[in-house]
Design a binder for this molecule. Structure first.
Ligand code: AMP
Length: 172
């Protein structure tokens, strides 16, 4: 994991003062790091009968799509409001910085689908918790949530005790 850690850049005071933003663009730019990240993200989920992967806009799209590809599954984008063209289900929640809403198409998930959620960073857990709720509102079952980075000091895990979590790199 040290090679991956070296590809994550800390940006202090972005997008607002007091936040240390974990910039994953150097990691996704580097072919070996990107390949290793995806291999490690999918490792626990190869034999779990997952039926689809969902990812949160925007960086969850990068990792989630590649995880879906690697597992031979389809990808469900959980999008910011107003972006999806068809009928949507929405969920609103609190962020580490601000408030947000995520939406999915009402036919994105079939009842009983077993969903793996993927995002770049688990911070306060609000985004992941809301995403789990959105999947469940649409009839899906969240099998697990997978993250490249977990910011343990923000206690996101405590909001997600109902779900198995898989984080590649934990900052304490
Ligand atoms: P949270 O809902 O607080 O767990 O925040 C998670 C979402 O916000 C993820 O989609 C991350 O991409 C983004 N995020 C929150 N905090 C950071 C951070 N310090 N560095 C990079 N991304 C972050």
């Amino acid at each position: 994991m040290d090679s991956l850690i070296s590809k994550i850049r800390d940006i202090p005071d972005f997008p607002i003062k007091g936040i240390i933003f974990k910039d994953i663009t150097p990691l996704v730019q580097d072919p070996a790091s990107l390949r290793l990240t995806i291999a490690e993200l999918v490792k626990p989920f190869k034999d779990q009968n997952i039926t689809a992967v969902a990812g949160m806009e925007a960086r969850g799209f990068i990792f989630g799509s590649l995880v879906a590809w690697e597992l031979g599954l389809g990808f469900i984008p959980l999008r910011k409001p107003g972006k999806l063209p068809y009928d949507v289900q929405s969920v609103s929640y609190d962020l580490e910085y601000g408030q947000a809403t995520l939406e999915a198409h009402i036919d994105a998930i079939n009842p009983g689908d077993k969903i793996l959620l993927v995002d770049d960073v688990l911070a306060t857990g609000g985004t992941a918790k809301a995403s789990c709720e959105l999947v469940e509102m649409l009839g899906g079952q969240v099998v697990a949530c997978a993250f490249v980075i977990e910011l343990a000091m923000l206690n996101g895990r405590e909001k997600l005790t109902d779900y198995p979590l898989h984080s590649l790199i934990t900052y304490s």
